[in-house]
Design a protein around this ligand. Structure first.
Ligand code: IPM
Ligand code: MN
Length: 351
């Protein structure tokens, strides 16, 4: 199989972890006889510095002309502490999501046997956790009207959803649940928000088309508690953009480190794969970042975009074997902490 992959390392620790993800893909290509052509593009703060635009048109064209996108992270502290900055790196990510119509963000939450002790939660609670959060990614409060009053002393953000937008992402979630344990949890705040009531109504109307799936509706405040108390009881969760953003950071602690988790964003055009950890500037350039989230994102690409199941398994098994041998970056508290490159090399060899 021959595929072109757009590589957007972005900011902070992005470039370091993406290099390791690329290495895993290259190793898989050699082992299984595929050709992956990697083409680099700019996004985020580095793109602002070089092009004055966090998502330059060249990058958009590159994405459209590729079979999949491997993305690192976006963000720079020099913008975080400047609330009046007109151009921000995050705009690049939001623009890309919208321009590529990436409506479903897929964030799997799972544990590794050898890392159960690395979680701040008790082993008996997190054992067997294996669920997927489907976060709506191009609607809601992230993209609604926002602004200030004329004297700038008051501000507003609006959340809007159409039935069509809800159906689109819910359909994806129903179909995924059908392939798994056939349990779908819809997370909303229907006791307060009108958008949530539309989510509930829309999904209730879809239930008859997926009669093999058991649907549960849960308020987001309760869900945030249940995810920590009974994580192994979830299968597929579907929710709006903002709730999904918050709940997936919360859920990531189950795994022991935010650095472990991959994600996929699927839409009508090229799909995008990225670790969920973000740019984490404090560790940038130090060869300490955990590359596993990025490496597993590459594995998700093999499965979701290219349908290469065996190749995907080769990466997962390699990661598992390396962890079982006690190797890890310092966030995992291993006996001896390896650097980003060194852990990447171990995974490569294991593949
Ligand atoms: C994420 C991030 C982004 C989001 C930021 C960087 C805009 O937190 O991908 O979860 O809020 O969607
Ligand atoms: Mn987030």
């Amino acid at each position: 199989m021959k595929k072109t992959i757009a590589v957007l390392p972005g900011d902070g620790i992005g470039p370091e972890v993406i290099e390791q993800a690329k290495n895993s893909l290259q190793t898989v290509a050699e082992k299984f006889g595929h050709t992956f052509i990697f083409k680099d593009g700019l996004i985020g703060a580095v793109a602002i510095d070089k092009k004055g635009n966090p998502y330059p048109i060249e990058t958009h064209k590159l994405c459209l002309n590729s079979d999949a996108i491997l993305f690192g992270a976006i963000g720079d502290p020099k913008y975080d502490n400047n609330p009046i900055a007109k151009i921000r790196p995050e705009q690049g990510l939001l623009k890309m999501r919208k321009a590529l119509a990436l409506y479903a963000n897929i964030r799997p939450i799972f544990t590794f046997k050898n890392l159960l002790a690395a979680s701040p939660l008790k082993e008996e609670i997190i054992k067997g956790t294996d669920f997927i959060v489907i976060r709506e990614l191009i609607g809601g409060i992230y993209f609604g009207k926002k602004g200030r009053n004329t004297v700038r002393t008051a501000a507003f953000d609006t959340s809007e959803y159409s039935q069509k937008e809800i159906e689109q992402v819910a359909k994806y979630a129903f179909q995924l649940a059908q392939k798994r344990k056939k349990r779908l949890t819809v997370v909303d705040k229907a006791n307060v928000l009108e958008t949530s009531r539309l989510w509930r109504e829309t999904i209730q109307n879809m239930e008859k088309d997926y009669s093999d799936v058991t649907v549960t509706y849960m308020f987001v405040d309760n869900a945030s508690m249940q995810i920590i108390k009974h994580p192994s009881e979830f299968d597929v969760i579907v929710t709006e953009n903002m709730f999904g953003d918050i709940l997936t950071d919360e859920a990531s602690v189950i795994t022991g480190s935010l650095g472990m988790l991959p994600s996929a964003s699927i839409g009508k055009k090229t799909a995008l794969y990225e670790p969920i950890h973000g740019s984490y500037h404090k560790a940038a350039g130090q060869n300490t970042a955990n590359p596993i989230g990025a490496v597993l994102s590459a594995a998700m690409m093999l499965e979701y975009s290219f349908g290469l199941k065996r190749e995907r398994d080769a990466i997962y098994t390699a990661v598992e074997n390396v962890l079982n041998k006690g190797f890890g970056t310092k966030d995992l508290n291993p006996k001896t902490a390896l650097g980003t490159k060194e852990l990447g090399e171990k995974i490569k060899k294991a593949i």
